[in-house]
Write a new protein. Structure first.
Length: 95
């Protein structure tokens, strides 16, 4: 796996890996299923904001991590572990 490490800018700032993660949640008998998934996502360290959206996905999550390994752990181990999360698609900010 390709690993990107954070680095310092000329001003001495640490660069983080930033991504938008699109999340599809399953259907449920409960009306607020997407809402509960949204609330759980917002508790995860590294998650900056969570939006409910219309379209192919149900949530859009802004995530910051030290590097791609940490981003992978956040998505695979924490976000996908939330009950009802069916699929994720990550859009990693490149420039």
């Amino acid at each position: 796996m390709w690993a990107q490490r954070n680095h310092e800018t000329p001003k001495g700032e640490i660069c983080m890996v930033t991504a938008f993660v699109l999340v599809k949640v399953g259907t449920s008998e409960h009306l607020n299923f997407a809402k509960s998934a949204k609330e759980e996502m917002s508790k995860i360290k590294g998650v900056k904001s969570v939006y409910g959206v219309f379209g192919r996905y149900d949530l859009m999550v802004s995530v910051e991590a030290r590097d791609l390994e940490e981003l992978s752990r956040i998505i695979m181990d924490k976000m996908r572990a939330i009950p009802g999360v069916m699929a994720t698609e990550s859009l990693i900010i490149g420039y």
